[in-house]
Design a protein around this ligand. Structure first.
Ligand code: NAP
Length: 466
């Protein structure tokens, strides 16, 4: 048992979720000197890279180049990819305990948070997460329908996802043609009638969660002018004081950009984006067919909590905003995994620095770890997951040194492969993904695009002759 991690008895690790965090966790394990490790990475999709493929906006191709580093990891001889193998469907945690000394859950945050207001589920009101997955060609969402025949869309929330959604709605077909946006989305957006896009923040400009490059990018669109309201981008006394005490650079940059947008004059571009602050939707109102036609907004003011955080509260002053389409962009949320302790309110796996813990005893559950959004919640950029994964791997190495690991009955690489094959004969290896990748890139080259994605699993299987 204590020679685990040596060449004759390598440490066997399963990573569940082949997104950025899964790859960062693998990278940290591979970097460890004097450790022999054999890593199997699983993903429920046939394709790797998680949100880099299915979340990062298609017009942010530079961010996607991070996959080059992930590719180098996946090609290591002691790393294997098992795509199209789903936890709780093809394999269970109990199964994994038979084959691995340690299991890391890096499943991300797969659903959305809700607004909890009347009318939220009217036709035409959608979670932004679905729209993002749709335009990125995620197989689970490729058949979603978004009615883009109206003229006004509202995006609720002022994080980077809201900016992505607003930008994709506002981009011209020519701009989108240079991206790897899914073909079905390209076609739908080409026909779009959307002219007015509102981005709605419940707090003020100093509390915006989007980052300055994203704020600036909105002002550089081919077809859209961007505006803010002068009275909404003036700092309130509480925000002013907070900023004086902590002159955060990104906030100051955001403020400058947003205050400049208040000075913009219409330039004749056909689309218009307006970023609003200190307003909260309190109700979505539908017509008699159940389709959203307007939203009732309340004006907010900020107050300081005991901890010093500035929170919004309603003033009792209302307005109505006609809208044909609503995207709720108020954050992602983790989905519980059967048999794994979960903190329901926070939407994360119950853990201490990445060690999954028992809800009653708060003691670590041997061999079970987590990292990324499902560990800490949906915050930060892709790179934020690197130190997060490192923290988890440090715990794993400490536990290995202390002999606190699982004792799998079948620790052989071939044994796991045979088992996986028996449960999911159609699994995709990394070589399979490389073939798909090549076909996507070649199809893209023919059209002058980075790639044309496969968006149906049947088509991926057919492309490999299965
Ligand atoms: P986020 O950054 O947490 O933003 C969520 C937004 O929703 C906040 O403005 C929040 O306001 C608002 N909100 C929450 N509940 C609300 C409610 N009930 N009513 C109205 N507004 C509400 O989340 P995200 O935009 O989904 O992004 C997730 C993570 O991915 C972030 O870390 C983001 O930076 C990252 N990301 C990065 C990029 C990039 O680097 N280009 C692109 C996309 C996403 P409060 O602040 O008042 O709570």
């Amino acid at each position: 048992m204590n020679n685990v991690g040596t060449p004759s008895n390598p440490l066997r690790v399963a990573i569940i979720g082949a997104g950025p965090t899964g790859f960062y966790a693998a990278e940290h394990l591979l970097k460890e000197k004097n450790l022999s490790v054999e890593i199997d990475m699983f993903d429920r999709l046939p394709t790797p890279f998680g949100l880099v493929r299915g979340g990062v906006a298609p017009d942010h191709q530079k961010i996607k180049t991070v996959t080059k580093a992930f590719d180098r990891i996946a090609r290591k001889p002691n790393v294997r990819f098992y795509g199209y193998v789903e936890l709780s469907r093809h394999v269970s945690i109990a199964d994994l305990r038979q084959f691995y000394h340690q299991v890391i859950l890096t499943t991300g945050a797969q659903t959305d948070r809700r607004l909890n207001i009347p009318g939220e589920d009217l036709r035409g009101s959608h979670p932004a997460t679905e729209f993002v997955a749709w335009y990125n060609g995620h197989p689970d969402f490729r058949d979603c329908q978004f009615d883009l025949s109206g003229e006004r869309a509202a995006v609720v929330g002022i994080g980077n996802v809201a900016m992505d959604v607003a930008r994709i709605l506002a981009r011209s077909p020519q701009e989108l043609l240079k991206t790897d946006i899914a073909d079905h989305a390209l076609e739908a957006l080409r026909q779009s009638s959307i002219k007015e896009i509102y981005i709605l923040g419940r707090r003020g400009p100093a509390q915006a969660k989007f980052t300055p490059p994203e704020a600036k990018e909105l002002g550089e669109l081919e077809l859209a002018d961007v505006f803010t309201l002068p009275e909404e981008v003036e700092l309130d006394p509480l925000s002013k004081k907070a900023l004086e005490q902590n002159p955060d650079r990104a906030t100051l940059q955001n403020l400058e950009i947003l205050q400049n947008y208040a000075k913009n004059k219409p330039s004749g571009k056909p689309r218009k984006i307006t970023i609003r602050f200190l307003v909260s939707p309190v109700e979505l109102i539908g017509d008699d067919t159940g389709k959203v036609v307007k939203m009732k907004l309340v004006k907010n003011e900020l107050y300081a909590t005991e901890a010093g955080t500035l929170r919004p509260r309603p003033t009792g002053q209302y307005e109505e905003l006609p809208v044909d389409l609503v995207f709720r962009s108020v954050g992602y949320r983790g989905v519980p995994i059967p048999g794994v302790p979960f903190h329901d309110r926070w939407g994360v796996i119950l853990n201490d620095k990445g060690r999954v813990i028992d809800p009653d005893t708060h003691e670590p559950l041997t061999g079970l770890y987590t990292a990324g959004w499902i560990k800490r919640g949906p915050s930060g950029v892709i790179g934020t997951n690197k130190p997060d994964a490192a923290e988890t791997v440090t715990c794993m190495l400490e536990d290995l040194a202390a002999g606190k690991i699982l004792q799998p009955e079948h620790p052989g690489v071939d044994q796991a492969e045979a088992f996986i094959k028996s449960r999911q004969p159609l699994y995709f290896s990394y070589e399979d993904w490389l073939k798909l990748d090549q076909i996507e890139v070649e199809r893209g080259q023919a059209a002058g695009r980075p790639r044309i994605k496969f968006t149906r699993i049947e088509d991926m299987l057919a492309a490999l002759g299965r």
